[in-house]
Write a protein that binds this ligand. Structure first.
Ligand SMILES: [Cu+2]
Length: 356
């Protein structure tokens, strides 16, 4: 506790010194203290038709809750491990300036958080961008196939004109699953094990969702490689202006139509919605359609307002969740945001045990 408060004081001094060096008190004046609670729970989620996965879920959901803060904010996160295996949380992209003991790496920066235990992380949002958080214990299982990941968006103190032009954020976290181990905690993700289901925000098409847009929208896609494979994300009908890599603004953004999102990476593209119709946005790795599937995996569709419905359209009449890509939550300012769509159910075996 003493060490932690010393760390806090040091971080505060560093940020004040930086503010003085910049000849501005902006950092010290506008930084907010933000405090969040995360639990880690064992639940089952439905990833694809015919495939459920037992997961370690932050606040019972996959992806984990959206954490949205501003550059310079001081963040405290209390973590409670309600599962049967140990975990930590690594804040991927945060540089942990003066707070290295909050980096979340077991046996390097902390002891793992044992079942039934708690741990508190404290860090300053020392750089902006599309960051994320994930477990750092047995990552080949916990991150790759058990859903232990969520988005952490740090808004820059001084957004660029390009960033200011954005009217909607779309957060897409792609990942992998191994159905033979879907029901077996503590197994899977090892070399030789084969991923056979693929998803965006933990849902494979057709369980994923469209992005409903109108002409004139400017969408910022924030794409994450949360699993163990590269996802070649291809948007039809539009130019994607590749603007940020791992949260860092490119000095010279350039246009692409396919983005290779590898494990741990983040790619942001900014797209002018200027071509009304229905356009698919999909993973171009053919195997990622799912094992034996006709059409599946990480897929969404840009559905423009005003386009007449067709009864043969695969998503005709679909129940729409406008926050599936955290687009609505991102409009609500800073804080932590959940989505009931992502919440799992108690594993069947556990439920049976409770009923008896
Ligand atoms: Cu873990």
């Amino acid at each position: 506790m003493e060490l932690r408060s010393l760390g806090l004081q040091r971080a505060h001094l560093v940020s004040c010194a930086a503010a003085i060096a910049l000849g501005s008190w902006a950092i010290a004046a506008h930084a907010e203290k933000r405090e969040f609670n995360l639990t880690i729970d064992e639940v089952t989620i439905n990833v694809a038709p015919g495939f459920n996965a037992n997961v370690f879920a932050f606040n019972g959901q996959v992806p984990g809750p959206l954490i949205h803060v501003r550059e310079g904010d001081e963040v405290t996160v209390h973590v409670t491990n309600n599962t049967t295996l140990p975990h930590t949380i690594h804040w991927h992209g945060v540089n942990q300036t003066g707070t290295w003991k909050s980096d979340g790496v077991p046996l390097v920066t902390q002891q793992q958080i044992e079942p039934g235990s708690e741990f508190t992380y404290h860090w300053t949002a020392d750089r902006p961008g599309s960051l994320w958080y994930h477990c750092h214990v047995n990552v080949w299982e916990h991150v790759a196939i058990r859903g232990m990941w969520g988005p952490l968006i740090v808004d820059p103190k001084n957004p660029s004109a390009l960033e200011k032009s954005v009217t909607r954020d779309v957060i897409m976290m792609m990942n992998t699953w191994e159905s033979p181990f879907g029901g077996s905690y503590g197994k899977g993700g090892s070399p030789g094990d084969v991923a056979d289901y693929f998803s965006v925000n933990a849902k494979s098409f057709p369980l994923s969702q469209p992005v409903r847009v109108k002409k004139g929208d400017v969408v910022r896609f924030r794409m994450y490689g949360a699993g163990d494979e590269v996802h070649e994300m291809h948007l039809h009908g539009h130019d994607q202006l590749f603007s940020h890599k791992d949260g860092y603004a490119l000095p010279n953004p350039y246009y692409v139509d396919t983005v290779p999102v590898g494990p741990g990476e983040r790619y942001d593209t900014i797209v002018q919605m200027n071509n009304p119709g229905r356009f698919i946005f999909h993973d171009h790795v053919d195997r990622h359609l799912n094992m034996g599937g006709m059409l599946g995996g990480p897929i969404t569709v840009m559905e423009y307002e005003g386009v007449a419905p067709d009864n043969w359209y695969a998503w005709n009449g679909k129940a729409y969740d406008p926050d599936f890509f955290y687009s609505e939550s991102m409009k609500k300012g800073y804080g932590m945001f959940t989505n009931v769509t992502f919440i799992g159910t108690a594993p069947k075996s556990e439920r049976r045990a409770r009923q008896q």
